[in-house]
Design a protein around this ligand. Sequence first.
Ligand SMILES: Nc1ncnc2c1ncn2[C@@H]1O[C@H](COP(=O)(O)OP(=O)(O)OP(=O)(O)O)[C@@H](O)[C@H]1O
Length: 531
Amino acid sequence: MSSEKYTSISPAEFFKRNPELAGFSNPARALYQTVRELVENALDATDVHGILPSIKVLIELSNPEKQVYKVNVEDNGIGIPPHIVPNAFGRVLYSSKYVLRQTRGMYGLGVKAAVLYSQMYQDKPVEVYTSPINSKRIYYFKLKIDVTKNEPVVIERYSVSNDKGWHGTSVTLYLVADWQRAKSRVYEYIKKTYVVAPYSEITFRDPDGNVVYYERITDKLPKPPEEVKPHPYGVDIELIKYLINQLKKPVPVREFLINEFQSIGDITADKILELANITKTKKVNNLTDEEISRLVEVMKKFEDFRPPSAEALSVIGEDIIELSLKKIFNPEFAAAITRKPKAYQGHPFIVEAGIAYGGAIPPSPEPVVLRYANKIPLVYDEKSDVIWKVVSEEIDWKRYGIEEDQPPLVIMVHLCSTKVPYKSAGKESIADVEEIEKEIKLAVMDVARELKIYISEKKKEEEAKKRLITYLKYIPEVSRSLAIFMVNNKEKLNEAQNSLREKLLELVLKRLEIEDKQLLEEIKNYKVEEV
Ligand SMILES: Nc1ncnc2c1ncn2[C@@H]1O[C@H](COP(=O)(O)OP(=O)(O)OP(=O)(O)O)[C@@H](O)[C@H]1O
């Protein structure tokens, strides 16, 4: 007889048992991941809603004996309505981001995974202060998660008057962590976050008391993403059933298609229903399972839909990428490209790429690859990411004029989508979806071509300079001989010699088509005295 025991566990219990799936695999990574989840929520509560972010991050050693660290992140975002707070922080898989709009968050897990990790090894609850926009009160909550029930347990709550009109959220978590091992990743994460959001102001105080302040360098916020309806290419049977269940009252299937999906108008709805052999006027609640299945099949194969709307996406933009690359790496060359929107399985996506070369970039056997997804810098698991695969395996850099064994090269790639295909809930690497891989390759090739032009022009200039220097060496001697030949008056000899020098120099420069103004100046100054 079998002695197997069958039980079910709650989502909270599942992530408590498997914290590594959410990125909490050890005390160092847990600290990094906590900062990340809080900062991402802070940014989602600001830039996505058209607010210029001001974010404060603080990490402090709270109990040296047990290595308990306090992490506090405060934002000036939209705040959280008080009746939502307990679930937002205490119920795994509860989110405001299960809609079709590009946000950093998408699973409804991040901050709860941090709370779960926090309460596993120390006893202080999570603390939240929040005030929604225009709220007259600031609300305070202290809570934990009941892991078995996947429910918040509110330990303390109160509210105070919001005299100064503050809005935003401040979250404090305590966790057993390893700052020394997390340090470089936390710094890297904050810096890379700021790089693609230079419209933010970020203050970071670390446990050693060091304060870094990233000032806002532009007030220009990227266009916030808009919520969109699902695209028919992304449809499945369960989605149709879900959308039908969400309706306040049953409507005819034709109206349902037009109202609930993007890219379906009167004519397209008629065509789809004809192909699926469903009566237009049939109410959706009367559709059989077989009819829904036929409808899905037709929608997936229908070729005349417009591609998914890119309104739901918010890119970083070529200007900001180029500016940031120049600011951080101080290269001799930088370029960026934002490609046109594309789609995979009904999800719109855009790939952006940037390249920086030379200057202060140190030579390295492998290029430095900066990976971003929905404006989140991806810091861990580089080698398992499709971006790495494209940059290191699919591009033949020699074809783009890079001949060094250790090129001073930085490649930046940003994927934005309403659905980023992460490999795990820790959101550190992107899966190799064919359409996305192809776009990444095209984007990197676009910027690499610009680099190729730059390198080949630079080479031409350098060769010309070398030739020129050879010619220049002969100019004084040639002009002296010619001058002796031309004038017999000793007093005029110098004058003639100088004028011949000038003319010969001009001729050589013209013949070599030197156009680089700086180089020209250098050569003119270099001329006679040094030769
Ligand atoms: N600082 C904040 N300001 C406003 N709302 C917040 C803030 N932090 C959390 N929330 C709300 O709490 C919800 C849950 O956050 P959580 O980090 O658990 O998941 P998520 O951000 O939705 O998705 P993901 O798991 O992918 O990060 C968010 O969807 C948001 O509505």
